[in-house]
Design a protein around this ligand. Structure first.
Ligand SMILES: [Zn+2]
Length: 459
């Protein structure tokens, strides 16, 4: 698995937009053609087309760069091979797992590293489209040399750029061991055999998700009052989509930051082996409507794969296994009890300790057959800054604000606001619409502060 940077280029001109759409359609035509070719060979029980046969069949027939064509052919062969292996190893999968057969209207575009060029001075990423055709040019700030590139549509164009600067290290950080207890409130609790522990909070992710569901219900409420298919209804549908994508990007970002924190902590402690407790047994139990929903939204599979990839990059061995109620067991006397509150207090012996790391500490004997001391030093971390501002502003105003990104009256971002306006905040007394009319003078910055303060009430 390679490290990939996902970038969404802003300000794509209508001309470029049309070209991208057209090229992805052309790639779709290519995919449909080679899939048909492969399907025919399967139906007639001939030898399946090889890489060179596909190359001959597709040469010069598509308005794409020759290496883009090659990579799409290669993608088909990779899919075929993966399907064949799975069907062979798991005979039951033959009932539902089919070889590539779908016609595609659009398909992502690929460029290998040697076809991609980036000019740091003009900040231009150039992706060739073949002889006689204009290359695609994107203005981007990259702080690394781009490897291969994939152009994907995900409700807007995205560039997936392989990072050439992130490579596997030569040696493992050490021989220590670590266990990771995944959770929802705490995204991960790590206990190492060095006696140190780390807890990374998952609250930011949860609050982003909660905010999303609140705002979606607000949109749904407004939409229920619209005529079906009306302009307002479509507008709200767009807002809904935009809002969901924003949250998924924010959550993904926080997940990456959190898992990177965990791995960095392990590396600094000289860890060479990581055990991740698999809480998936928990999912099958029926624990009531509310808790069931919470469990369904908890994406522990993503966390596990992020940690595994990042561990592999540092040459740490990473494996998983059942965690079997490790967090309800006393790390000293194995007494089992229900957990309440932040501190784990044993009713059978004198043990007392932070609840969050009990699970991780108990995994050590399970995974490595060696118990560890209960950590004295526990570090608590958030995955990253809570993004977003004006979290309570009405949905539509918020999506418009996102388009602008900077405040129209100052031209500055909220985070970079100078200290001076703070003086004005003391001028109007707190709360109420009255103080807006009372506010002395009509200076622009003051008016804007007043408007911003009253905005949440407009909802
Ligand atoms: Zn005990």
């Amino acid at each position: 698995m390679k490290a990939v940077s996902i970038l969404r280029p802003k300000q794509i001109s209508p001309g470029l937009q049309a070209t991208l759409r057209d090229s992805q359609k052309e790639a779709g035509r290519l995919w449909t053609d080679i899939v048909a070719l492969h399907r025919r060979a399967r139906a007639e029980r001939r030898n399946w087309p090889s890489r060179s046969e596909l190359q001959v069949a597709t040469k010069g027939r598509y308005r794409l760069h020759s290496q883009t064509v090659q990579m799409i052919c290669h993608q088909l062969l990779a899919n075929v091979e993966a399907t064949a292996t799975r069907r062979q190893n798991d005979p039951r999968s033959r009932e539902w797992l089919r070889f590539p057969h779908k016609e595609k209207r659009f398909f992502p575009l690929y460029w290998p590293a040697q076809a991609v060029s980036y000019d740091a001075a003009s900040r231009r990423l150039v992706l060739p489209m073949g002889r006689g055709r204009k290359s695609l040019v994107f203005k981007l700030d990259l702080n690394f040399t781009p490897g291969s590139v994939k152009l994907v549509w995900n409700e807007g164009h995205e560039l997936h750029i392989v990072r050439s600067d992130v490579a596997q290290t030569e040696e493992t950080p050490g021989t220590e061991r670590a266990t990771i207890d995944l959770g929802e409130i705490h995204l991960g609790a790590v206990a190492t055999s060095t006696g140190k522990a780390l807890v990374v909070s998952g609250r930011g992710i949860r609050s982003h998700k909660r905010l999303l569901s609140k705002q979606l219900s607000e949109i749904a409420r407004r939409r229920s009052r619209c005529k079906k298919g009306s302009r307002q209804s479509l507008k709200l549908q767009k807002a809904r989509q935009k809002r969901s994508l924003l949250t998924s990007r924010r959550v993904r970002d926080l997940r990456h930051k959190a898992t990177t924190r965990i791995i960095r902590f392990c590396a600094e402690a000289g860890v060479g082996e990581i055990f991740i407790g698999d809480p998936r047994g928990v999912r099958d139990k029926d624990v009531g409507r509310k808790q069931n929903g919470r469990m369904a939204r908890w994406e522990m599979g993503t966390d596990m794969s992020y940690i595994a990839h990042k561990a592999k990059r540092l040459r740490m061995a990473c494996f998983t296994g059942d965690e079997r109620g490790t967090s309800s067991q006393c790390p000293q006397c194995d007494h089992r009890q229900k957990v309440r509150g932040r501190v784990w207090r044993c009713r059978s012996c004198s043990f007392e300790g932070a609840r969050d790391v009990v699970g991780a500490v108990n995994m050590h004997p399970l995974a490595f057959e060696e118990a560890v001391m209960f950590p004295v030093e526990i570090t608590y971390r958030r995955p990253g800054r809570m993004g977003g501002r004006g979290m309570n502003t009405p949905v539509l105003a918020r999506s418009r604000a996102l388009e602008r990104r900077s405040r129209p009256d100052t031209g500055l971002r909220e985070a970079e606001r100078p200290l001076a306006p703070q003086l004005l905040e003391t001028a109007p007394p707190p709360g109420g619409t009255r103080d807006r009319s009372q506010a002395p003078g009509n200076s622009a910055p003051l008016r804007s502060t007043g408007r911003r303060k009253t905005q949440p009430r407009a909802a």
